[in-house]
Ligand binder design. Structure first.
Ligand SMILES: *[C@@H]1O[C@H](CO)[C@@H](O)[C@H](O)[C@H]1NC(C)=O
Ligand SMILES: *[C@@H]1O[C@H](CO)[C@@H](O)[C@H](O)[C@H]1NC(C)=O
Ligand SMILES: *[C@@H]1O[C@H](CO)[C@@H](O)[C@H](O)[C@H]1NC(C)=O
Ligand SMILES: *[C@@H]1O[C@H](CO)[C@@H](O)[C@H](O)[C@H]1NC(C)=O
Ligand SMILES: *[C@@H]1O[C@H](CO)[C@@H](O)[C@H](O)[C@H]1NC(C)=O
Ligand SMILES: *[C@@H]1O[C@H](CO)[C@@H](O)[C@H](O)[C@H]1NC(C)=O
Ligand SMILES: [Cu+2]
Length: 342
């Protein structure tokens, strides 16, 4: 029933959004324009320690900001991002609009950190290949999991039990090793109210770092995917669990909520890992930029027969205006306005 509550609420807020924009389904007038400033995103460990701490503070700030639609399940602006992701999950994964939808989703979040939480440093991505190529060093020892200058470490066994009830939206129960007990998002400091999956429970941030996925984190495996010739091949490869594809690598090595296709944005690392997936897509686009600024493919619904095109509309209830796939293809133009340092 709780799920119905949030869906009903999203639909209601949605109609309000519709009324406030004059031309439904057309993009805001600034899209496609030249950017006033390009924000250069950097790898987490290329940020100074001061920048890392200031980024973590900004995330804490977003988690302390009230939701824009109070009185609902989401208790903070941070959780509204999570709630919207849960609500639209079935429409934006394993479909042609997956990469474009997430490019703008993460970009809206970065704008929020900048404008509402006054973060001034570079937006960080997590380049997993730096850990994948770092043979002999366990993933859990990546600086991103540092308890002071990172997002805290692995889940601690015995500190979390999955709720009873319908677990059909908990993809990988074994990956829910335990609560994160150190760092800025430790169980003592951070409580979530949405997830796992479509359930709505109060819980800690759950992780279960899994070395098995390391085979997909090396630059060799990543480059093989970037060598693919068409967007359709790329999109199928990144979601292929046997490669294992880059979208699996975005989530599965971290485990816990990150393995959940609905509630993965519970983990603040989601945004760094997905930004890296977007960076991989941009690297692929850059290899034949003129053509690939226009290349998109895949069904509009899971296993559907209609294919996406550049005019396909991407929607972000409670988070931002609708845009089209065309609008997000070029990261150097509005509403994107960013670049990657490498
Ligand atoms: C945004 O897109 C959704 C899905 O295509 C559509 O239902 C909604 O009416 C659009 N909203 C606006 C404000 O155009
Ligand atoms: C469990 O949830 C799924 C997805 O929401 C639903 O399709 C399924 O019917 C539910 N199963 C039961 C036994 O309620
Ligand atoms: C780690 O990942 C492998 C590969 O998907 C899986 O078989 C295994 O169950 C996972 N282990 C845990 C503890 O999640
Ligand atoms: C946890 O929260 C307390 C106050 O609620 C604060 O003093 C402490 O610095 C926080 N710890 C971390 C690691 O953020
Ligand atoms: C995944 O990749 C494997 C190995 O390349 C291939 O055999 C398999 O058909 C692919 N699966 C899908 C669903 O594309
Ligand atoms: C899509 O098709 C695959 C097999 O090709 C199947 O495993 C999956 O359940 C289908 N998904 C949906 C949402 O129907
Ligand atoms: Cu997603």
């Amino acid at each position: 029933m709780l799920l119905h509550r949030i869906l009903a609420f999203l639909v209601a807020s949605f109609s309000v959004l519709c009324m406030s924009f004059a031309a439904p389904s057309s993009s805001p007038d600034y899209v496609g324009r030249k950017c006033e400033r390009i924000y250069v995103h950097k790898e987490w460990r290329d940020l100074s320690v001061k920048q890392r701490l200031s980024y973590l503070d900004a995330v804490k700030c977003l988690q302390a900001l009230p939701p824009t639609n109070p009185g609902q399940v989401a208790t903070s602006r941070f959780e509204e991002y999570l709630g919207t992701h849960i609500a639209v999950t079935r429409r934006v994964h394993l479909v042609g609009q997956f990469l474009p939808w997430h490019r703008n989703f993460v970009n809206l979040y970065t704008k929020e950190l900048r404008h509402k939480c006054h973060y001034k440093g570079p937006m960080p991505f997590w380049d997993w290949s730096r850990d994948g190529d770092n043979e002999g060093v366990p993933i859990a020892q990546s600086p991103i999991f540092d308890p002071v200058t990172g997002f805290g470490g692995d889940g601690v066994p015995g500190t979390y039990t999955l709720p009873s009830g319908n677990l059909s939206t908990v993809n990988a129960p074994r990956a829910y090793r335990g609560c994160v007990m150190d760092g800025p998002f430790a169980a003592s400091n951070f409580t979530l109210h949405l997830g796992p999956g479509e359930l709505m429970t109060q819980h800690c941030l759950v992780r279960g770092i899994n070395e098995t996925w390391r085979v997909g984190m090396t630059s060799e495996v990543l480059n093989r995917q970037l060598d693919l010739k068409t967007f359709d091949e790329l999109r199928l490869a990144i979601d292929n669990s046997t490669v294992p594809g880059m979208h699996w690598i975005t989530h599965s090595p971290i485990g816990g909520e990150m393995t959940n296709v609905w509630s993965s944005p519970s983990d603040p690392i989601f945004y760094l890992s997905h930004l890296n997936l977007d960076r991989m897509w941009w690297h692929w686009q850059k290899r034949d930029l003129k053509k690939r600024l226009r290349e998109i493919a895949g069904p509009t619904t899971r296993n559907g027969t209609d294919n996406v095109g550049l005019d396909f509309v991407l929607d972000y209830p409670l988070l931002g205006p609708n845009v089209t796939i065309r609008d997000v293809m070029d990261i150097s133009k509005e509403p994107n306005c960013f670049a990657y340092s490498y």
